[in-house]
Ligand binder design. Structure first.
Ligand code: RIB
Length: 279
């Protein structure tokens, strides 16, 4: 194995640095790291397995003291092997699979439920969902929470109303046509980026939000307040998620034997102007 010394560095792997959700997460990590004399080494994996392992090895080579992984790693045991062999503690969160270890958790299932409940109360039954092609566990739970709430109200959403795309603005834009073809009164976008892409597609189809169709998102990225109409969404505490992840990994670096700790952070529905009351 490599000869290591501490670089006072935390390696951070996120799926997509283009998404403001992850910039906010990274800023949270940065602030805690800096306060403690550490510096993050930041990588966007783009869900690319080759890049993922390249970045992992580079983090090891560049003397990272610990890793925070928020991307959907393909093979946990592989990561566990290389990091463990080199004595580097790591923490998995957000899109990463759940394993034994320190955790930063937000309740995605409940977030899905809250949005469904909100739409139902506004009178929406013909609802279409635009989700990720290859949903990671957190996104899957979000979707299931949403679908379960509709089921509980005897309004199960049929499969034709679940449209798959990429978790990006472009993905949302591309999905707009097929989503509109299902003639929904409301669309649930699994993240705000998808919602903003849908906004453009809906606009190009000559429809108006929320008069003709309602849209809700998830994350509460900064753009949610700047689009027209402002977007109703679930606020995820991305900054605090980053802070907590950094605190936990630093504590783990200091003491590899301490008991695993789990931090659970609250989410909140932010009501703005993208949903019409159709009761
Ligand atoms: O927008 C990015 C999404 O991917 C967020 O909802 C976050 O939870 C992540 O999984």
């Amino acid at each position: 194995s490599l000869i290591r010394r501490s670089g006072h560095t935390i390696g951070v792997l996120v799926p997509n640095i283009n998404n403001p959700f992850f910039s906010r997460f990274l800023r949270g990590i940065e602030s805690v790291a800096m306060d403690n004399g550490y510096i993050p080494l930041i990588f966007g994996s783009n869900n690319n397995q080759k890049l993922e392992s390249y970045y992992l090895f580079e983090s090891i080579r560049r003397a990272a003291d610990g890793m925070i992984i928020a991307s959907a790693i393909s093979d946990v045991s592989y990561i566990d092997n290389i990091l463990n062999q080199n004595g580097i503690p790591y923490l998995l969160t957000d899109q990463a699979p759940i394993t034994e270890g320190d955790k930063v958790d937000v309740n995605n299932y409940h977030g899905g439920e809250m949005l469904a409940d909100y739409l139902i109360k506004k009178g929406h039954r013909d609802v279409t969902v635009v989700t990720d092609k290859q949903p990671t566990l957190n996104l899957h739970q979000r979707l299931v929470g949403f679908l379960d709430m509709f089921k509980r109200h005897q309004m199960a959403i049929p499969n034709e109303r679940i449209i798959e795309t990429d978790l990006t603005k472009l993905g949302g834009y591309h999905a707009a046509k097929s989503a509109l073809a299902t003639k929904p009164t409301a669309i649930f976008a699994l993240n705000d980026e998808i919602a903003i892409g849908l906004y453009r597609g809906i606009h190009e189809a000559g429809l108006r939000i929320p008069d003709d169709i309602s849209v809700v998102g998830y994350d509460d990225i900064d753009l949610a307040e700047y689009v027209t109409p402002t977007l109703t969404t679930i606020h995820q505490p991305a900054f605090e998620m980053g802070e907590s992840a950094a605190k936990l990994i630093l504590a783990r670096i200091q003491d590899q034997k301490r008991a695993f700790q789990e931090v659970s952070l609250p989410i909140e529905l932010i009501e703005r102007n993208s949903v019409r009351d159709i009761r």
